[in-house]
Design a protein around this ligand. Structure first.
Ligand code: XMP
Length: 510
C-alpha cells in the first residue's frame, strides 16, 4: 500500500534529521533529500507537502543554496524553517537583511490566528538561532508571529498554503513546537496519518515474501537492534529460507552470546549459526596495543569468520543488511571527516556469493526500528539494547587485550548495567560502559597495599552519537556502582568517572 509522503529539502541545518523524525512521529512518512533536487524530481516525488530546513548560509550571499521559484506554483503546501523561510521570502520578492541583533536561544513570541498556529497560546517561548531577518514580506503574505527583534517570526500566504517560521518548531525548547508541525501536516497538507509501524510491518512482510519467493537468504547478525529487527522481519516473511550467522569474536559483553542464541534460536526458532572464533581473534590481537591496528585486525578477522560459514552454506540469493535511514541520508552538509575507522558488517558483500542485498529498514530512523522490534514481539533487552561497537570490548581496553583484562571489564560492565537499570536510568542514558584504562594505582584493601587497575565509567546522553554529553548520574548511584565494582571485581582498586562531552572527546575511548 502506498503511503502519503512529505518531502524535506535539506539546506544543511543541524536539526534536519530531527525535523524528519518529528514528522514521522506524527505518523506521516517523509524523506530528507538534498536541496538541489530538480523541480521535475520534486513533482515526480509527489509529496503532500514540502518542508525547507534551516541552513548555515545567508540568502543574499553569492553561492548560497537556492530553490526553483516554480516549487511555489505547484499547489503543494510549503513550510520554510529558519533559512528555509528566508529563502521563501527572498525568492518571492521579500527582503532579508543582516540583523543588527542576532537571536539565539529561547525567545518569547506572540502568535496570531492562522492554520499553522491553531491551538497555540497567544504568547509562548520558541527556539531561535539566526542572524538574518526578514524585513519585508512578499506580496500576499501576512505576519503570523512576531518577537521583539523579529517582526516576522512566522508568516504565511494562506491561500497558496505557503508558510515560514523563523524559529525551530522541531526542537523541544519551542513550547508546543510539535503542534505547529502537526497543524502544517494535518490542517494544511490534509495528511491522513497513514505511517504507523504496524502498517510498516504488515507491508514489509508482504513485500519481502513477494521479493524473496522460495529463494535462500543469509544475514550476518551482530546482536545489535538493527540486524536483529531486520532478520526477524525476514524470518517472519520466509522462515527457514533465512540462515543467520552470528560471529562470537570473544569480545562481547557478559552473557551477550547466550542471550542472542536464546532469543533468536530457542525463542524464535531461527536458523542461527554461532561461529565461536574468540580464540582466533584473541591470538591475532596478542601484543597489539594501537587502537587503529586493533580495529583493522578485528574487521578483517570478522570477514574471515563470516566467509568460513558462508562457504559452508553455499550460494544464496539474498543478503540481509540492517542499514537504517541515517546511513543513507545524503546530507546537505556534505561528507564529514572520518574520525575512527568504523568496523561494520557492511564490509561483507564482496566475500559472499549472493545476487542481491535486501535492506528492510532502510527507510527507518532508530526509534522507528525499535517500535518495529516491539511490534514483532522482540524482548526489551534486545529492542532497547544500547549501541555496541563492532570491535566490541577490544576498544574499551586501553593497550593490549588480554583474557584477564576482558574478564575484569566484563564483570565491571555487568555491575554498571545492573545498577543503571535498577536506578531506572537505562532508557535515559544513550550508552554506558566501563573502560580498563591501562594505568594502575596504589590502593589499600584490608591491611594490604594493592597495585591494581583503574576502571573508568563512561556514560553519555545523545540523540545520534554525533555529539554527546556526559550523563549526570546521581552521586548515590555512582557510589553504589563504585563500591560494588571494587568489592566484587578482581584486579580493580579505583574507579573514575569520565566527565567529557563529545566533542572534544569521543564516546568510546579508542
Ligand atoms: P565514537 O566513539 O566515535 O562513537 O564517539 C560513536 C558511536 O559509534 C559506536 N562505534 C562503533 N560502531 N563499529 C560500530 O558499529 C565501530 O567500529 C564503532 N566505533 C564506535 C560507538 O559505540 C558510538 O555509539
Amino acid at each position: 500500500m502506498e503511503h502519503q509522503k512529505v518531502l524535506i529539502l535539506d539546506f544543511g541545518g543541524q536539526y534536519n534529521q530531527l525535523i524528519a523524525r518529528r514528522v514521522r512521529e506524527l505518523n506521516v512518512f517523509c524523506d530528507l533529500l538534498p536541496c538541489d533536487m530538480s523541480l521535475e524530481k520534486i513533482k515526480a516525488y509527489n509529496p503532500i507537502g514540502i518542508i525547507f530546513t534551516g541552513g548555515p548560509n545567508s540568502v543574499y550571499e553569492e553561492g548560497s543554496p537556492r530553490i526553483d521559484k516554480g516549487v511555489f506554483e505547484l499547489g503543494i503546501p510549503v513550510l520554510g524553517i529558519c533559512y528555509g523561510c528566508q529563502l521563501m521570502a527572498h525568492t518571492l520578492g521579500g527582503v532579508v537583511e543582516h540583523a543588527t541583533t542576532s537571536e539565539y536561544g529561547k525567545v518569547e513570541v506572540e502568535y496570531l490566528p492562522s492554520l499553522i498556529t491553531k491551538e497555540m497560546p497567544q504568547n509562548a517561548v520558541c527556539w531561535m538561532s539566526h542572524t538574518d531577518r526578514i524585513t519585508k514580506l512578499p506580496e500576499g503574505f501576512k505576519m503570523i508571529a512576531k518577537s521583539d527583534n523579529c517582526p516576522f517570526a512566522a508568516f504565511g500566504d494562506e491561500e497558496k498554503k505557503l508558510y515560514g517560521v523563523q524559529f525551530h518548531p522541531e526542537v523541544n525548547h519551542t513550547f508546543m513546537g510539535t503542534q505547529i508541525l502537526k497543524n502544517f501536516l494535518y490542517e494544511v497538507c490534509k495528511a491522513q496519518g497513514d505511517w504507523t509501524m504496524s502498517n510498516f510491518v504488515a507491508n514489509q512482510i508482504a513485500a519481502l515474501k513477494a521479493k524473496i519467493g522460495d529463494k535462500k537468504v543469509l544475514c550476518a547478525m551482530s546482536g545489535g537492534v538493527d540486524s536483529a529487527v531486520a532478520a526477524t522481519l525476514v524470518h517472519k516473511a520466509v522462515g527457514d529460507q533465512l540462515t543467520c550467522v552470528f560471529v562470537d569474536h570473544g569480545l562481547l559483553r557478559k552473557y551477550e552470546a547466550e542471550e542472542v542464541m536464546s532469543v533468536f534460536k530457542d525463542g524464535l526458532g531461527m536458523n542461527l549459526i554461532k561461529a565461536d572464533d574468540g580464540e582466533e581473534f584473541l591470538s591475532r590481537l596478542e601484543g597489539v596495543s594501537d587502537p587503529e591496528r586493533k580495529r583493522k585486525i578485528i574487521g578483517e578477522q570478522f570477514i574471515r569468520s563470516f566467509e568460513k560459514q558462508a562457504k559452508a552454506i553455499g550460494k544464496v540469493d539474498f543478503l540481509v543488511q540492517g542499514t537504517i535511514y541515517p546511513d543513507v541520508i545524503e546530507s546537505g552538509k556534505g561528507k564529514s571527516a572520518v574520525i575512527k575507522s568504523h568496523h561494520n558488517v557492511g564490509g561483507l558483500p564482496s566475500v559472499v556469493d549472493f545476487e542481491e542485498i535486501v535492506e528492510p529498514l532502510r527507510d527507518l530512523f532508530k526509534d522507528e526500528v525499535r517500535k518495529v522490534g516491539f511490534e514483532l514481539g522482540l524482548p526489551k533487552n534486545v529492542v532497547m539494547r544500547q549501541p555496541f561497537p563492532g570491535p566490541g570490548l577490544a576498544i574499551r581496553i586501553m593497550g593490549e587485550v588480554t583474557k584477564e583484562k576482558l574478564e575484569t571489564l566484563r564483570d565491571s560492565d555487568y555491575i554498571l548495567r545492573d545498577e543503571i537499570a535498577k536506578a531506572g536510568l537505562d532508557t535515559e542514558i544513550w550508552q554506558y560502559f566501563t573502560v580498563i584504562t591501562n594505568s594502575k594505582t596504589v590502593g589499600v584493601q584490608g591491611d594490604f597495599r594493592t597495585y591494581e587497575n583503574v576502571v573508568a565509567i563512561r556514560a553519555v546522553t545523545s540523540l545520534d552519537a554525533m555529539t554527546a554529553d556526559w550523563a549526570r548520574i546521581p552521586y548515590d548511584v555512582l557510589e553504589t556502582i563504585s563500591t560494588r565494582i571494587v568489592n566484587e571485581v578482581k584486579h580493580v582498586n579505583r574507579i573514575v568517572y569520565d566527565i567529557t562531552s563529545k566533542p572534544p572527546a569521543t564516546i568510546e575511548w579508542e
